[in-house]
Design a protein around this ligand. Structure first.
Ligand SMILES: Cc1cc2nc3c(=O)[nH]c(=O)nc-3n(C[C@H](O)[C@H](O)[C@H](O)COP(=O)(O)OP(=O)(O)OC[C@H]3O[C@@H](n4cnc5c(N)ncnc54)[C@H](O)[C@@H]3O)c2cc1C
Length: 216
């Protein structure tokens, strides 16, 4: 898969060896998460709002209520910065200074125009739903025309994109390796637990396979 072209704005400056621009890495980071943070500026005040997303090809879809300040602002063409972060471990060094985190992160810069056509909007919502829970869309009632109208969908093209990845153990100063301090990595992972059925249920269908075998 090809590379995203680093720009002056997406060039990783600190520890540039950790910067990645290949689509394979970027897609892998985006597709194994579904929460992003959306940064934008309104009247000189930056806001960073957590929200869900979906990806298809080189498009990241955001959605929400037509009344959302975030979505209204972005649909006006305000520049946006979207970040997606995985925390893979806490890196415990012998020196406080060298503590770190193992992570995979993506930063996307651009503008996110409205998805106008109802057919494209419906497809974007399918992609969005499937991104969060693969297999869910075909199982549930599809959005009505009214629900579709009440939902804003934005499409952010993946053009100006960077990824940054840290892996491995602590990097201590040579003199500190003999210190009697435990050092290493505490790996962290998001793990699904037992699904909890809704107490309001009027029918009792079995837990679907996509839920039983859920793994993002
Ligand atoms: C969970 C986590 C914890 C971190 N903790 C710290 C910390 O405590 N202190 C600290 O200084 N840094 C921390 N970082 C790293 C931080 O994200 C930046 O990479 C770092 O601050 C310096 O980058 P820079 O000078 O290259 O950034 P900038 O000059 O701000 O960035 C230049 C460009 O590089 C790209 N870029 C920078 N960082 C990232 C990234 N993480 N992922 C994808 N693209 C990126 C972007 O396109 C950005 O526009 C952490 C990262 C993660 C994911």
């Amino acid at each position: 898969m090809s590379q995203f072209q680093p720009t002056e704005r997406t060039q990783v400056k600190r520890l540039p060896k950790r910067g990645r621009y290949d689509r394979e890495t970027v897609y892998q980071i985006l597709d194994t998460c579904f929460v992003c943070h959306v940064g934008f500026n309104v009247d000189g005040q930056p806001y960073v709002i957590p929200t869900n997303y979906g990806r298809a090809g080189d498009t990241l879809y955001l959605h929400g209520s037509a009344a959302s300040r975030m979505l209204k602002t972005l649909s006006e063409g305000v520049p946006v910065c979207v970040t997606v972060t995985h925390v893979d471990g806490i890196v415990l060094a012998r020196a406080a200074f060298h503590h770190s985190v193992n992570y995979r992160a993506v930063v996307i810069l651009g503008t996110a125009p409205l998805v106008d056509s109802p057919a494209e909007k419906m497809e974007a919502l399918r992609i969005f739903t499937e991104h969060v829970m693969k297999g869910r869309w075909d199982d549930v009632r599809q959005p009505t025309e009214q629900e579709l109208k009440a939902t804003t969908v934005l499409a952010l093209p993946l053009e100006e994109v960077s990824a940054k990845v840290r892996t491995g153990g602590p990097l201590d100063d040579e003199a500190d390796y003999s210190l009697p301090v435990w050092a290493g990595v505490l790996p962290l992972e998001t793990v699904p637990k037992e699904p909890v059925p809704d107490s309001q249920r009027k029918s009792d269908p079995p837990v679907p396979d996509y839920l039983k075998h859920y793994r993002h």
